[in-house]
Design a protein around this ligand. Structure first.
Ligand SMILES: CC(C)(COP(=O)(O)OP(=O)(O)OC[C@H]1O[C@@H](n2cnc3c(N)ncnc32)[C@H](O)[C@@H]1OP(=O)(O)O)[C@@H](O)C(=O)NCCC(=O)NCCS
Length: 167
């Protein structure tokens, strides 16, 4: 059963249309960007990463297929260097809402392991936002381990540095 196949142009366009606002929203939800600037920053970042869109070198855009061959999601990865070796770096995996919790992401990521091995890559790396409980559970179940963790504690009400400095 084929689980991954290259996206076509139409699929890429609809993927991008959904991926950009989703990425911007993740950045806002994780307090990285303000709501006002998020859309523009996301667009800039994607423009830099994908100057040639679907044809950008070393970037692989795949449709995730169900048992009948219908596209139920998408996966974008690149080959990224580590010290002395290369890995598959997953920029994005998304399963369309109505197909979630049916094992599609698990199957897609396992299929990616096969693709990566065939390409001589040493592993699969990715980033997940701390508030993405579902994705974290998925990756943990598949055997992904954290390599670095950013922590944050919100101070409420916000400490006013200049007020406090004199006390
Ligand atoms: C995260 C995502 C890709 C998971 O896709 P999926 O096809 O539903 O995942 P699977 O069905 O393969 O899930 C496998 C296991 O992962 C865990 N899991 C997946 N989604 C979960 C959720 N929302 N909450 C808790 N656990 C979850 C469960 O352990 C699940 O097994 P179970 O259904 O038997 O309990 C999907 O929810 C999605 O597209 N989310 C929006 C985009 C996104 O966040 N992508 C990841 C960016 S890092």
């Amino acid at each position: 059963m084929q689980i991954l196949r290259p996206m076509n142009k139409t699929e890429y366009t609809s993927w991008l249309t959904a991926a950009l606002p989703a990425y911007a929203a993740d950045k806002v939800a994780s307090d990285r960007w303000s709501r006002e600037e998020a859309t523009e920053l996301a667009r800039k970042e994607y423009d830099q990463l994908l100057p040639m869109g679907l044809e950008t070198e070393n970037n692989f855009f795949l449709a995730v297929l169900d048992e009948s061959g219908k596209a139920v999601g998408s996966l974008w990865f690149t080959e990224a260097p580590r010290i002395g070796y290369k890995v598959a770096y997953v920029f994005d995996i998304i399963i369309h809402q109505q197909y979630r919790r049916q094992g599609h992401a698990s199957r897609a990521l396992r299929a990616l392991e096969v693709v990566a091995t065939q390409r001589g890559l040493a592993g699969v790396a990715l980033h997940v936002f701390g508030n993405n409980v579902g994705a974290k559970a998925l990756y943990s179940e598949l055997g992904y381990a954290p390599t670095n963790i950013n922590l944050y504690k919100s101070l409420s009400p916000p400490a006013h540095v200049s007020d406090r400095a004199d006390r």
